[in-house]
Ligand binder design. Structure first.
Ligand SMILES: [Zn+2]
Length: 533
């Protein structure tokens, strides 16, 4: 018995090792890295939506697509032009005053609270009382109602980002999206909100959030996309300075934050404070484009269906200097994913596969402004939306440690997740669900635009186990490099991890293109509802 067990263990470890070592890979990491280096070069100035730098990146992508033999699948060749409106707060003409017991006090934009142009699209003068609404969510599926029984008419609500523990990740993420959250708040009568980031799940420290608070935001220009009608004022409040909001309320922010950290239910109550605000917002038009290429399938029927491989090619551009550097290069976010899309097209030319379905290579713009390029594409797809069977989205997959665990966003939602998991396993990589659901990653990148149109999607990243040394490496990366100028090509990257990740994506792409049945949502997936619509 014992011996057999040992032998079995020995054999299975041998198998796992050989799977990893002898798996034929189409990638070496070098060609991928060369693309990252081009896209994240200082001369591209951080690829801000609408910028010359992004145009250079896109021209490079088109050149690579042509070299790989892709067909143009945009509106204007490979390009799909999009109109945006850019919003910017003029702080010199704006102010926030917190009023408590008849005393008003000017808040510091840098240290206490600032106006978010993402949710404030027109200049406004406002004087409104405040109501604390817990997480500020209405989730009928779980009978959660943070707004019921409160008088919110004409009020500004105050909420802490997050959700109670009994709300599943996907549901929690969905209802915390700006559009969904505002829908509920607006119906309850609110005119604005103060969002307090949950200190337990902040990717970026306040100092860095505040540093770039005046970067312009954007929205799609076409009114069909307006998700925030009636929202007069959106404010982001520093959790470390939030205590005065709760003065006289018999609650402290410290006590509420402690509950939110453990995802416990939060109370709801009117605050004893009110807010006087003057918001000066300027607006201007900007144009940018998605880039779309097509590799036609060979099956006479299935070639009319598409597997989308997507990545956002835009980043943050030029911002406030950190350590003297103003260029937010976005090497990992998302030079890495864009480079993968280019590398994948080249690999399918160099090592052709017979693909039954067609593959769309999609490089979207405006992701950093709120998934705007993908939202536009999903609303105005250049192929019929019903013909898109899956979206494999690649965004900042972070090959900064060896690829032993593959985190799959959407693992449990569709059989695309199941397929991704078994492909990873076959290459000696352990598939895992998101160990940090509070970060809402499933709705934070472009796959979400496809999900909302009913298309099964996954986003995969290099993963780690909770409590491992790797977890700290990722945490430090987010704190120091995420959305900072140091996300550049001087950082250490594991090229072997990148190559293995690319191989997983290649196999998933081929498998999805060739499996006769298209991927389906799991019967109990929350997101299945969109496919039915
Ligand atoms: Zn980003």
């Amino acid at each position: 018995m014992r011996k057999t067990l040992c032998l079995t263990l020995f054999l299975s470890s041998l198998l796992a090792a050989s799977a990893q070592q002898t798996a034929p890979s189409h990638f070496d990491g070098d060609s991928w890295w060369a693309h990252v280096k081009f896209l994240a070069d200082d001369s591209l100035e951080g690829r801000d939506t609408g910028s010359e730098g992004l145009k250079k990146a896109q021209a490079y992508a088109v050149e690579q697509f042509e070299k790989a033999g892709l067909q143009p699948a945009g509106v204007n060749g490979f390009y799909q032009p999009i109109r945006f409106t850019q919003y910017q707060v003029d702080e010199s003409k704006s102010s926030l005053d917190l009023v408590s017991k008849g005393q008003s006090r000017r808040l510091s934009f840098a240290d206490e609270a600032f106006i978010s142009s993402r949710g404030t699209h027109a200049s406004a003068g406002i004087n409104a009382s405040l109501v604390f609404v817990g997480y500020g969510l209405q989730i009928p599926e779980k009978h959660l109602d943070d707004l019921g029984g409160l008088d919110l008419s004409g009020k500004i609500v105050v909420y802490i980002a997050g959700s109670p523990a009994e709300i599943p990740t996907a549901l929690s993420a969905h209802y915390q999206s700006l559009g969904q959250r505002w829908k509920a708040l607006r119906e309850a009568g609110a005119i604005g909100y103060i969002g307090i980031p949950n200190p337990a799940s902040m990717d970026i420290p306040w100092s860095r959030i505040s540093l770039n608070r005046n970067q312009p935001s954007m929205d799609l220009a076409d009114p069909e996309f307006n998700e925030i009608p009636g929202l007069d004022l959106a404010i982001v409040f520093n959790p470390a300075a939030a205590e005065p909001l709760f003065a006289g309320s018999n609650h402290t922010f410290a006590e509420l934050a402690a509950l939110a950290k453990d995802r416990k239910p939060l109370p709801h109550f009117p605050l004893d404070t009110s807010l006087e605000a003057a918001a000066a917002i300027s607006a201007k038009s900007v144009t940018s484009a998605n880039v779309v290429g097509k590799l036609p399938g060979t099956d006479p029927t299935l070639q009319n269906e598409f597997v989308v491989l997507s990545a956002h090619i835009d980043h943050l551009g030029i911002g406030a200097p950190i350590n003297g550097d103003r260029i937010y290069n976005g090497a990992m976010d998302n030079g890495s994913g864009s480079a993968l899309v280019l590398d994948m097209a080249a690999s399918l030319k160099a090592h052709p596969e017979s693909l039954k379905r067609s593959v769309l290579f999609l490089l979207v713009t405006g992701e950093e402004k709120g998934l705007l390029g993908s939202k536009y594409f999903a609303a105005h797809p250049t192929v019929p939306i019903k013909s898109i069977v899956a979206d494999i989205n690649v965004d900042m997959f972070l090959p900064i440690v060896p690829l032993k665990f593959l985190k799959i966003e959407g693992l449990e939602e569709s059989d695309l997740g199941t397929r991704a998991a078994s492909i990873a396993q076959s290459l000696g990589v352990k598939p895992i669900a998101d160990p940090e659901p509070l970060r809402n990653a499933f709705i934070r990148s472009d796959q979400y635009s496809f999900i909302k149109k009913g298309v099964p999607a996954v986003k995969m990243d290099v993963g780690f186990e909770l409590g491992s040394p790797e977890q700290k490496i990722f945490k430090d990366w987010l704190t120091n490099r995420y959305h900072a100028p140091s996300d550049d090509t001087n950082q250490p990257v594991d090229l072997q991890a990148a190559a293995l990740y690319e191989e997983i994506v290649r196999r998933l792409l081929i498998d999805t293109a060739n499996t006769p049945a298209s991927p389906q949502w799991k019967p109990d997936s929350f997101f299945r509802r969109y496919a039915a619509q």
